[in-house]
Write a protein that binds this ligand. Structure first.
Ligand SMILES: [Zn+2]
Length: 270
């Protein structure tokens, strides 16, 4: 085999490997070896050291079909998954067909939330060891469900709903810093925790918020209480987790040895 052919062949193998490594179902996180070309693209990605090997964690964005998408300059193959559907009835129609004033308010708040989610703190690194914000709560709607409100199709539900009685404490699933709190049109009493390096979690519909922006939180510290503020059908926590601006499946983060599982599947790919 001549040298040129060998180089070409190696490149082809590498390309195939990258392609297979950067595939997954919506909302899951995959690990990529950190010493390749990818690590040079952006220092803000979450890099984890495990058994003397560096890995970068990537989130697979939501898509309703098999699709290849470029995200932050990286090609990701999204594998279709059927998450089922969820149909809810909102009786307060002013929260479904918004007045001009409410629509303007909701738009401004969406921008505020987007800016917070896009802010990357690199002062501390998450360990990906999450606990449930309501350990005794009941999951009432899972990530990825096609959502219908009053029979009209809406954006998919890219969060986890945990039902519990009004006033049940909500705990920080991992340490971090509160970066936004307030009362929002859809989310009601709302709080965002920055866990570092693009890992961010948010909490909606609370009856009370115990913290302010700028406060640091420890894992399992109470951050607020379950409520039914904003657009809801009953008291519950709408819990969203973002990695690098992509909403990921919060339930997956609660799996035992979550990080080791991701790194193990990376090794399985090789
Ligand atoms: Zn929800």
């Amino acid at each position: 085999m001549n040298k040129a052919f060998y180089s070409f062949f190696s490149l082809l193998l590498y390309a195939n490997f990258c392609q297979s490594a950067l595939s997954g179902v919506p909302g899951e996180v995959i690990a990529v070896e950190g010493h390749g070309a990818i690590s040079k693209l952006d220092q803000r990605f979450l890099e984890i050291n495990f058994k003397d090997q560096n890995y970068i964690l990537f989130a697979i964005p939501y898509s309703a079909s098999n699709e290849s998408k470029q995200f932050d300059g990286i090609d990701i193959n999204i594998i279709k998954k059927d998450f089922g559907e969820s149909r809810i009835t909102i009786e307060d129609l002013s929260k479904v067909d918004l007045s001009k004033e409410d629509a303007d308010r909701a738009y401004k708040e969406a921008m505020q939330i987007r800016n917070a989610v896009n802010s990357y703190s690199t002062d501390f690194k998450p360990n990906m060891d999450f606990s449930s914000p309501i350990p005794d709560g009941i999951i009432s709607s899972r990530y990825g469900k096609k959502r219908f409100i009053n029979n009209t199709p809406r954006s998919p539900h890219l969060s986890l709903d945990i039902a519990a009685s009004e006033g049940t404490p909500i705990q920080a699933p991992s340490k971090g810093k509160v970066i936004l709190t307030g009362n929002f049109f859809y989310s009601g009493n709302y709080l965002i925790i920055d866990h570092g390096y693009g890992l961010i979690s948010s909490y909606s519909h609370m009856s009370e918020i115990y913290l302010e922006a700028g406060d640091y939180v420890e894992k399992d510290q109470s951050i607020g209480a379950v409520g039914s503020t904003g657009r809801v059908t009953g008291p519950h926590l709408h819990w969203t987790v973002y990695l690098n601006k992509i909403r990921i499946n919060p339930e997956s983060l609660l799996k035992k040895d979550y990080l080791q599982g991701i790194l193990q599947s990376y090794k399985d790919v090789i």
